[in-house]
Design a protein around this ligand. Structure first.
Ligand code: FAD
Ligand code: NAI
Length: 468
């Protein structure tokens, strides 16, 4: 039995490793238990980072193959080296995960490699990766065990022909035809990767729109742009099964509201219908930790569970399953344990889809404002009228700012633009400080930048845009 820790974090993803480091920085004696054999969780190992590495390389490949010539660059014989592309992605992941081990050492966080199972409110047994087990005790435990792929009944994932996002990051050849089940973040990002590399991509979505939850106008334009890039959509359609007995996979689909079934033949299927909280083998029963109606660990506002001394953060609790949300919670829970009173505004967690153009969403959508009966104004500016966008051939999309009628306070921002994932940060900061559209519009923006479209959208919301 080792010395009791002040804090033991279970899970070394963006929620867990950040929570561990912050707790140590605040003077606590900390350990982090991770069973994967590498730190960084889903995000670094099989999520955010590898997917962005592939999105980047596939983007450059498509630019070189299709767009260079138009702007006066002849690049003959551009070829894909898929193996090297995947190796580069693995190198990026390797470097980053080792970097977190370095941060643990620097901050004196003990890294325990193994699977934790709670044995009580302040104790756990860790089945060590190296063999054997270790009893660990702690005054406080933070559960940050993340999420896992949501399975689809009738479709068995083998990670070779029928893949989850994990398999889709490692296909050893470009599919002829990739059927993506689910038109959300994963399906659209990884569908884009393989489309750029040469696959025909069909997205089958249960609802009658892609990216549900995002502003409706944005979703519609986004779908139109993806279709123009070559992606095919079957909306309002459900998958009832996949027959994998032959050389080709046979995806059985039918209209979600009922109707004639149909079969789509393909060589790879990506199942991306969401993720579910991951608590397998964690011993929640032994400790008496309660779950909510969606099998997430049930938490109060201060991340405490029903068991005193046990806290939970990240994908395994309520809220968007995003790395930066998990990180904010990691910092906040550490501060709470140190007696501070941090606050997270969940309305201001931006969501970004890293396609080209990118899509960014923040705050309330038009649909939400309508449903809540809020009087609002819309300020919109097209990227077509943005001079930097024109100069660099990035004219697709728009910035849409939603403000409260009467006060001009910004309530939401939704954009499609080449660099929307970066651009949205300006609006997040503005909203954190309760800014009005006029505040943004009167802020000097360097020229020429894509961000000037935000200034113009703000002008459009409270007065009139200059350049449109
Ligand atoms: P996780 O990152 O899932 O980490 C949990 C860790 O706990 C895991 O490493 C697991 O091995 C470990 N663990 C579980 N149980 C135990 C146990 N009993 N003992 C020891 N260890 C245990 N989010 C973004 O914000 N931006 C993106 O671009 C983005 N892209 C994504 C792309 C893909 C393909 C996927 C799948 C996800 C993506 N996400 C993205 C979501 C993001 O990865 C998650 O929101 C984030 O990783 C959640 O962090 P977490 O710390 O809560 O959990
Ligand atoms: P998602 O929730 O984003 O999208 C799932 C889609 O599948 C939805 O459009 C849903 O309507 C649809 N769907 C559900 N059941 C279906 C069915 N039976 N048949 C057809 N369609 C069905 O989930 P996704 O894409 O799997 O990603 C999981 C989570 O990972 C995201 O919600 C996000 O939190 C995170 N993520 C974030 C990224 C980013 O920030 N850029 C990138 C990738 C993932």
């Amino acid at each position: 039995m080792s010395e009791p820790y002040d804090v033991v974090v279970v899970g070394g993803g963006p929620g867990g490793y950040v929570g561990a480091i912050k707790s140590a920085q605040l003077g606590m004696k900390v350990a982090c238990v991770e069973k994967r054999g590498r730190l960084g969780g889903t995000c670094l190992n099989i999520g955010c980072i590898p997917s962005k590495a592939l999105l980047h390389t596939s983007h450059l490949y498509e630019e070189a193959r299709i767009h260079f010539e138009k702007i006066g660059i002849r690049a003959k014989g551009v070829e894909l080296d898929l193996g090297a592309m995947l190796d580069n992605k693995d190198d990026v992941v390797d470097g980053l995960t080792k970097g977190i081990e370095g941060l643990f050492k620097k901050n004196k966080v003990d890294y325990i490699q193994g699977a934790a199972r709670l044995t009580g409110a302040n104790a756990m047994e860790v089945a060590l990766n190296a063999g054997g087990s270790q009893q660990v005790t702690a005054k406080n435990i933070i559960l940050a065990t993340g999420s896992d792929v949501m399975p689809l009944p009738g479709v068995t994932i083998d990670e070779e022909r029928i893949v989850s996002s994990t398999g889709a990051l490692d296909l050893d050849k470009v599919p002829e035809h990739l059927v993506v089940i689910g038109g959300g973040y994963i399906g659209l990002e990884l569908g884009t990767v393989w489309r750029r590399l040469g696959a025909k991509v069909t997205v089958v979505e249960f609802l009658d729109r892609i990216t549900p939850g995002m502003d409706g106008e944005v979703s519609k334009t986004f779908q139109r742009l993806l279709a123009r890039q070559g992606m095919t959509f079957k909306l309002g359609t459900k998958v009832t099964g996949v027959d994998s007995s032959g050389d080709l996979l046979k995806v059985q689909v039918e209209p979600a509201k009922g109707g004639e079934p149909e079969v789509i033949e393909c060589d790879v299927v990506l199942v991306s219908i969401g993720r579910r909280p991951y608590t397998e083998g964690l011993g929640l029963d032994a400790a008496g930790v309660a779950l909510d109606e969606r099998q997430r660990i049930s938490t109060h506002d201060d991340f405490s569970t029903n068991v005193p001394g046990i806290y939970a953060i990240g994908d395994v609790i309520r809220g968007p399953m995003l790395a930066h949300k998990a990180e904010e919670e990691g910092v906040a829970v550490a501060e709470i344990l140190a007696g501070q009173k941090p606050h997270i505004d969940y309305n201001l967690i931006p969501g970004v889809v890293y396609t080209d153009p990118e899509v960014a969403a923040l705050g309330q959508t038009e649909e939400q404002l309508k449903a809540a009966g809020v009087e609002y104004k819309v300020g919109k500016f097209s990227m077509m009228a943005n001079s930097r966008g024109r100069a660099v051939g990035k004219t697709d999309g728009f910035v849409k700012l939603l403000t409260e009628a009467g006060t001009d306070r910004i309530l939401g921002c939704h954009m499609i633009a080449a660099d929307a994932g970066t651009m949205i940060n300006e609006v997040t900061v503005a909203m954190e400080f309760g800014a009005s559209a006029e505040d943004l519009a009167r802020t000097s923006h360097p020229h020429p930048t894509l961000e000037e479209a935000i200034k113009e959208a703000a002008l459009a919301a409270f007065a009139k845009p200059i350049h449109m």
